[in-house]
Design a protein around this ligand. Sequence first.
Ligand code: S3P
Length: 432
Amino acid sequence: MIRAVAAPRRLRGTITLPGDKSISHRAVLFNAVAAGNAVITNFLAGADCLATIACMQALGVSIERRATTVQVQGVGLRGLREPADVLDCGNSGTTLRLLAGMLAGQEGLFAVLTGDASLRSRPQKRIVAPLRMLGASLDGRDGGDRAPLAVRGATLHGGAYALPIASAQVKSALLLAALSGDGRLVLSGRTDGRDHTERMLAVMGVDLTVTNGIVQIDPPGRADALQPLSLRVPGDPSSAAFWWVAAAIHPDAEVTTTGVCLNATRTGALDALRAMGARIEVHDQRVEGNELVGDVTVRSSSLRGTTIGGELIPRLIDEIPVLALAAACASGETLIRDAQELRAKETDRIMTVVAGLKALGAAIEPTADGMGIVGGRGLRGAMLDSHGDHRLAMTWAIAGLVAAGETMLDGAGAVDVSYPEFWTALAQIAEG
Ligand code: S3P
């Protein structure tokens, strides 16, 4: 699908965000193995999270969805049934990696996890190697590095593992495997990825502690140990970031996003934008679903370049495409470093972001672990491609709000993966 975007005179309004993608996945996955029923509201009905629902249904869990409300009838930690066919995770790394961990300890159950061409090209050794250490039997193409992955449920044991990369998907896969294991699992190293799994499992009654970055989980040993958790999913900060950048780079803008998840492992984009001089106000902070949420207002700003790297990277990894756009509209230089993980996302986002911003006229060069941008040259509309990557599609749409002339976007439908109402929200705030 091709869409054309041109610069509106003003951006004004309030956007109610869709539910957070990471939390929506986890709410379905964890409640599916809880002992009882749960109701999830403000669930993200994007393709990624719908794939998670379909996989859990194929594993014998009764799940009903009406728009953004989902009812899950948990089957307990030992109640999943062997699926009759391969499990299609679509474009969703979270579905594939968390499910691989969850299924690894389901004794007697065989499953094959696969997905679209993008997902099948992404690295899986990061979960396969440590899961095998816990006793898991799983394999895949490329010596276990690429999906399809075949999992044969086995008896898992505890252990210790130092995470070499700050990946919440790897951390979560291991914690889910440990749930059905027979001994304590201790995770150290790069445990600084998003912590929704730890928070949610702890509230559901799992013996899980986090002390100085060391995550420790003791398997409950009982199939009915996980209490169901009904919750309202907070708004997705990774979706909100598109509106924050849009408002900051547009010359006449004031946009509010409501109910944003402000979990500290997710707010790196706000920190980076503040460092660039963005006019940001966070108000009405409250707690919803065991997460801090608030409303965020951003106004037209004079941005300046900055350095984005180190500890900040895991806290804004999904927002880097749109932050690179902000940097292209800022005065001075921006360096994004320590972000080699971008190469393992839905596309190689170092390559695809640099190519797209170059086409728009930006001065940008790739590096091994990020990119360097000299901002302030002004963008001009171009023909761009999402390459099937939802975050690229939305980044190019936001670029179209400030570029001269018209920006044409091929593959615009990719937004459905994480933000099906994106185009409606855009039309709602674009005036004139
Ligand atoms: C996610 C973790 C991150 C993030 C992805 C969602 C999650 O991936 O990029 O969009 O829900 O756990 P990694 O764990 O690979 O860093």
